[in-house]
Design a protein around this ligand. Structure first.
Ligand code: MN
Length: 134
């Protein structure tokens, strides 16, 4: 048993991976053969990830607020507390907050053989975020 007391400083999402301000708290890190990586991610209104993929896919669970998510080629979906989204391995996608709402989700994934959690691409433009054809 390993008890980790709350109190680790909240991280801020790197500007090259996120548009807007995003706060990150680690919940689980890969160790001793486990590949599980989990985090709590709080997006400020309008903030979102860049386009990206995960080597083994990813599950997000919305716990607060209102958000948006999209896979490449699909519609922009509104997501709300209790909603779960699974992104397939290698499926290009983004997730974030609604324009006028915070959104917090728990994110869970298995890292790749090299410990990589994601491969990052282009930023999500305002047109893409707004659901209009670019
Ligand atoms: Mn993702």
């Amino acid at each position: 048993m390993q008890l980790t007391r709350d109190g680790t400083a909240t991280g801020v999402g790197p500007a090259e991976w996120f548009t807007g301000t995003v706060f990150l708290d680690t919940l689980a890190s890969p160790s001793n053969g486990s590949r599980l990586s989990a985090s709590s991610v709080r997006f400020t209104p309008g903030a979102r990830t860049a386009w990206h993929t995960h080597p083994h896919g990813q599950t997000i669970v919305v716990v607060e607020g209102v958000g948006r998510a999209q896979r490449r080629g699909g519609p922009v979906e509104e997501i709300r507390p209790g909603d779960r989204v699974f992104f397939e391995p290698g499926e290009e996608h983004w997730h974030g907050a609604a324009p006028d709402r915070f959104m917090t989700h728990i994110a869970m994934l298995d890292v790749g053989d090299d410990g990589r959690a994601a491969d990052w691409g282009a930023r999500v433009t305002d047109e893409e975020y707004g659901g209009r054809a670019g």
